[in-house]
Design a protein around this ligand. Structure first.
Ligand SMILES: *Cc1c(COP(=O)(O)O)cnc(C)c1O
Length: 354
């Protein structure tokens, strides 16, 4: 399929790299493509970034049939623009599509389309340390219909947003709250799909955690409320003794690409890493007997996010003296150095755009 491009009459003024923040500034162009049963995915096009006109009965608005992805483009010191494991995001997008009854997108085409949009927008990839261009591919159901069934028509779009450094003042360990009042997802549900409903389900718990002074919620499994699952919109890692532990994928945990990268790097370095079940009681016990060395989250936005305090019921534990530990630091450095082209790419994770 040919991707057409409609040029914008007027380009936006780009903000300074020191005023980017996250997710509120958008570039000049977006990618759009439509699906209907007769034509399949068709009419791929790059157009000026602009609002959608939608029928108020659009199915996505009522029943949340939609999926999304999040990844970043990075500018290296030599000015090259590159992506980190984009094929993983595209294949996860299709796995999410399958779970939500959305027709899949050809993966090679999706990567080419993403690269073409980013190449056109390459001047929007910021250059200051730890800044990047966030990429948000999204699919929504577009039938104007109030009956409950899978839509017949869809829109796939990609928007781009330059984002600032996640840690402008350096790594600060976060405080997290283990909630027993709410669950994010259950096995057999939609927890392993990147779909808006999971976020909607998490908002109230997140607000209550904020009010109590915590940055994120650490989710327990939805059935027994006993096994650790993930934190906010990140996967979670524990360093217990000399073992790096992360909850095994069980159908309700989102299979993060940062998570996968930490595991693969650990194996590459011959470190002891386990994907296994871990209970909140084991975590508390490991703290009590001093074998809990570090806790950190892993996700595209922050890469690695050290955890300094965990509250569960009446107990609050402090991890590693509320300092960023050596393991979190090592993985943060290793992954960001690959992303920004400052280190070798031993596992073939980089995809050059231009
Ligand atoms: C996106 C996401 C993650 C992290 O995935 P990455 O691919 O590493 O960015 C973790 N948990 C949830 C719920 C997510 O939506």
């Amino acid at each position: 399929m040919e991707i057409s491009t409609t040029r914008s009459q007027e380009l936006k003024t780009k903000p300074g790299d020191d005023r980017l923040g996250f997710g509120s500034i958008f570039t000049d162009y977006m990618f759009n493509m439509d699906y209907d049963p007769q034509n399949g995915w068709h009419n791929p096009r790059i157009e000026p970034y602009s609002p959608f006109v939608m029928d108020p009965a659009t199915m996505f608005l009522h029943y949340g049939q939609g999926v999304f992805e999040g990844l970043k483009a990075y500018r290296t010191e030599s000015g090259q623009i590159q992506l980190f494991r984009p094929r993983e995001n595209i294949s996860r997008l299709n796995r999410s599509c399958r779970r939500l009854c959305i027709p899949e997108i050809d993966e090679k085409f999706a990567l080419d389309a993403m690269k073409k949009l980013i190449e056109l927008e390459k001047d929007w990839v910021p250059a200051a340390p730890e800044t990047s261009l966030y990429i948000r591919p999204t699919v929504i159901a577009t039938d104007p219909f109030l009956g409950v069934r899978a839509s017949n028509t869809y829109r796939y779009f990609i928007i781009l947003s330059p984002v600032g450094a996640y840690y402008p003042e350096g790594f600060n360990p976060i405080k997290i709250l283990v909630t027993s009042d709410y669950v994010r997802a259950v096995r057999g549900g939609i927890g392993e799909a990147k779909t808006p409903g999971n976020y909607a389900a998490s908002l109230l718990a997140g607000e209550e955690a904020h009010k109590a002074g915590y940055t994120q919620v650490l989710w327990l499994d939805g059935v027994e409320q006993k096994y650790l699952e993930e934190v906010g919109s990140m996967n979670i890692f524990f360093v217990i003794g000399d073992e790096i532990v992360t909850p095994e994928l069980n159908g309700s945990i989102l299979p993060g690409i940062t998570r996968k990268s930490v595991i693969e790097l650990a194996k590459h370095w011959n470190e002891k890493v386990s994907e296994r079940k871990i209970t909140i009681d084991e975590l508390m016990q490991a703290h009590a007997d001093d074998s809990l060395k570090e806790v950190f989250g892993a996700g595209t936005a922050a890469v690695i996010s050290p955890v300094g305090h965990i509250k569960y019921g009446e107990r609050e534990i402090t991890v590693n003296d509320n300092q960023t530990g050596p393991v979190a630091m090592k993985y943060y450095r290793a992954i960001t150095n690959i992303q920004y082209g400052k280190a070798e790419d031993p596992l073939g994770w980089i995809e050059v755009v231009t």
